[in-house]
Design a protein around this ligand. Structure first.
Ligand code: USQ
Length: 420
């Protein structure tokens, strides 16, 4: 199948290009390489070194025999989107071309506006291009489990049956997003649902949980094929951040008491799920929603797991809760029970447990501990949901009462002393 990946240079996009090329798809991609500069703006860098886009494409050609057409540009420019669609004639479009960070969207007015305008405009451009130039193409759009928020009832896959004042209907499940970024995903979902209705497009909206992991099968030893792995407050997801903290023996930083529960999925499983959706497209006019994650965990469980796995590698990282910069929207200990059956019905089989994935990640990260130590100031958040920017405090021995204090100060001092 001819598959166009919007956002091919990112954490997921670069992995997906390789995964789909190896599955025999004809892949093309575009990216404005913004992720590289956003992470730099946050004072950080990918923990795992990544090659320039030219060297990446060259490595893909050498390793898989696929010469992948690539457009280096911004998909908010409809002229570019129009050109890509005419030249490549996609049969499917996988839309990963958005700014994916909740904290980044909460920095200030400019960042909020950028994230929303960027994400909405790109999605609109792809929708119109599909309508006018590739009407049969299947749009797979990366949404997020965060669109639902954490309601005190179970979460269905997109839609649920409602009975109200004696009448029944099937309706979209309410969205209660926890950041301006997550709201941009909600708006995107609504726009896609509407486009399917009025234009008969086919789309899969993927409510993905938090992704973690440093590689997929087949990335092998050629460093140019490796995907990025971020650990800064905005672009590092929580298990990846904890793993980077652990390799430099910096205390792991659960926000608050760590009772937030989320759905998580390893990077290689995300690839498995996206290809299952791609290869089993919906009917024309159908808008379907998948909840894409392997399991749910609390942040505290994850901190414990990363800490234990790290110990088996001789890494002694403490666990020290910090004040939660998202306190306005996150609760400690809440109901979280989302359905996630549709991908399993298509054949999704979770590949590994968190501990095995974390072990592999720590082994991948160990050779790069100096890179992480060099940017360790990016580890502690300073973007708060109340809009006032200030470094978070450790909650200390008098913090959440059910924590065993694990010595953050010692761990941080140890790293400071060791860093260049
Ligand atoms: N957290 C900590 N300590 C940290 C970092 C995060 O306790 O050092 C907590 C956060 O408070 C939050 C949870 O971990 O409760 C997840 O945070 P995250 O930064 O890993 O993920 P999030 O901001 O929710 O966003 C990430 C991706 C985003 C995707 C989303 C899926 O960046 O693109 O949409 O995961 S979901 O969370 O299911 O909405």
């Amino acid at each position: 199948m001819r598959v166009f990946i919007a956002g091919m240079d990112g954490y997921l996009g670069w992995s997906l290009a390789q995964h789909l090329a190896r599955r025999g798809h004809e892949v093309a991609g575009a990216d404005a390489l913004y992720r590289r500069s956003w992470v730099e703006e946050m004072g950080s860098a990918s923990a795992i070194p990544i090659a320039t886009i030219d060297r990446r494409l060259e490595a893909l050609r050498e390793n898989t025999g696929n010469a992948i057409p690539f457009w280096n540009g911004d998909l908010r420019d409809y002229g570019l989107v129009d050109r890509i669609f005419r030249e490549f004639e996609p049969e499917a479009v996988i839309h990963l071309g958005e700014c994916p960070s909740a904290p980044y969207s909460m920095i200030d007015r400019e960042h909020t506006m950028f994230v929303q305008m960027n994400n909405l405009t790109t999605t609109f451009n792809l929708l119109f291009a599909i309508r006018d130039l590739a009407p049969g193409a299947h749009l797979m759009k990366l949404g997020t489990m965060g669109e639902y928020g954490t309601p005190n009832v179970d979460i269905p896959e997109g839609f649920f049956d409602v009975e109200y004042r004696g009448r029944k209907d099937r309706m979209p499940f309410p969205r209660q997003a926890p950041s301006w970024y997550h709201w941009s995903k909600v708006h995107g979902s609504n726009n896609i649902m509407f486009a399917c209705k009025i234009w008969g497009l086919r789309a899969t909206d993927v409510m993905q949980g938090v992704v973690f992991g440093s590689r997929i099968d087949g990335m092998g030893e050629d460093w140019r094929l490796r995907t990025r792995l971020d650990f800064d407050q905005a672009f590092g997801t929580v298990i990846n951040r904890f793993s980077c903290q652990a390799v430099i023996e910096h205390a792991l930083t659960p926000y608050g008491a760590g009772g937030q529960r989320r759905g998580f999925i390893p990077l290689r499983d995300s690839m498995q799920c996206l290809s299952l959706g791609l290869e089993n497209p919906p009917e024309a006019g159908e808008y379907r929603v998948f909840n894409q994650f392997a399991e749910t965990y609390s942040i505290r469980e994850l901190a414990d797991t990363v800490q234990k796995v790290a110990l088996t590698l001789g890494l002694n990282a403490g666990v020290a809760p910090v004040e939660n910069p998202r306190a306005a929207v996150e609760r400690h200990g809440h109901h979280f029970a989302p359905d996630h059956d549709r991908l399993r019905e298509l054949g999704y089989q979770p590949s590994r447990d968190v501990a095995s994935e974390v072990r592999e990640m720590l082994e991948d990260l160990l050779p790069h501990r100096d890179r992480i130590a060099k940017h360790q100031s990016a580890l502690l958040p300073d973007v708060h949901w109340d809009g006032r920017r200030r470094r978070v405090d450790y909650l200390g021995k008098d913090g959440p009462s059910d924590w065993t204090w694990a010595g953050a100060d010692e761990a941080v001092l140890k790293v400071d002393a060791a860093s260049p």
